[in-house]
Design a binder for this molecule. Structure first.
Ligand code: NDP
Length: 293
């Protein structure tokens, strides 16, 4: 290992950036840190990090440069006047696929190799291999191959291709699914508010049920791959749309707004009205797509 391979600079010491920096410090890396609000960097100095006075100084310290800021705009702001020629830049700031592609072009124009990352974890999971934390990476295959071990210290790594937007797309797709899940969880808690069962007890039922249902995503994938949306259907759309009425009436009875449930139901009804009552819900995927392909 060259000396630089044990060096890493982390820009951005929010909850996530600080967790990344700590994981590398714990693994014996020479870590240089920078943060807009200096006090956050000082906290890491006590744990062995070198504190850079400016972002440019941190980037100039040698080794891989990891950026973990709030959003793409803050990345542009922080690196605007920083010399990046010859640098390996890994940006784990959450962004859209389009922003990732633009940022990669921006980095290439400055002579840097670029990897984009999408973090599938919350900060307490970072640095604990058993937590299941991982990061999607996409972009320069050479940069990923050269730093795979370093990047694997804070969390697992999943390289998802040379198209630099791919990591963000995977990340946002999973986050979007999670958002829908928590929308459902919120509605369920609202229904159960005031019921005899305690929220914690009900949460146990929720987790058990959602865990049992989640694998049905595999059936949807098989339908999308074969184009046969009725393949292996166990709960058909005609029945489910009928069932929606019960869900809506129950919300009404319990004094709960149906505003989270309703949009998905409207799509199910449209697909049923188009004559697809024998399918499950996979046809909704096509209704959502604004562009074909
Ligand atoms: P925090 O809000 O804790 O930290 C934000 C960081 O961005 C701070 O270092 C802040 O600096 C810096 N920052 C914000 N705006 C600017 C700016 N204009 N110029 C310079 N620095 C700026 O966020 P997290 O650390 O939690 O998140 C960082 C990234 O990680 C985000 O993209 C987030 O989506 C992603 N992520 C976070 C997860 C989480 O659960 N926390 C999970 C998965 C991904 P300062 O201290 O000066 O305010």
């Amino acid at each position: 290992m060259t000396h630089d391979a044990k060096k890493i600079s982390v820009l951005g010491l929010g909850a996530m950036g600080a967790a990344f920096a700590r994981a590398w410090l714990a693994a014996g890396y020479e870590v240089t840190v920078w943060n807009r609000t200096g006090s956050r960097a000082e906290a890491l100095a006590g744990e062995g990090a070198q504190v850079a006075a400016t972002a440019a100084e941190a980037v100039g310290a040698g080794g891989l440069v990891v950026v973990c800021l709030l959003d793409d705009a803050s990345v542009g702001e922080v690196l605007a006047d920083v010399e990046l020629l010859g640098k390996g830049l890994v940006n784990v700031t959450t962004s859209t696929p389009g922003q990732a592609r633009e940022r990669a072009e921006w980095a290439a124009a400055r002579g840097a190799r670029y990897l984009d990352g999408g973090i599938m974890a919350v900060p307490p999971m970072i640095g604990s291999p058993e937590s299941g934390a991982y990061v999607f990476y996409s972009g320069s295959p050479e940069l990923f191959a050269a730093h795979r071990d370093v990047l694997g210290v804070p969390a697992g790594t999943r390289y998802v291709g040379e198209d630099v937007g791919s990591a963000a797309l995977h990340d946002v797709a999973l986050l979007s699914a999670m958002t829908g899940m928590f929308a459902g969880v919120s509605h369920a808690f609202a229904l159960m508010r005031g019921a005899e069962v305690a929220p914690r007890e009900f949460a146990g039922l929720l987790v058990e049920w959602l865990t049992a249902m989640a694998p049905y995503a595999n059936g949807g994938a098989a339908q999308l791959e074969t184009g046969d949306y009725a393949l292996g259907v166990t709960s058909n759309l005609a029945m489910m749309v009928e069932g929606n009425g019960t869900l809506l009436r129950t919300a009404e009875e319990q004094g709960v707004s149906p505003e989270l449930l309703r949009p998905f139901m409207v799509l199910m009804e449209r697909r049923l009205a188009a004559g697809h009552g024998e399918e499950g819900t996979t046809g909704v995927v096509d209704l959502l797509r604004r562009r074909v392909g």
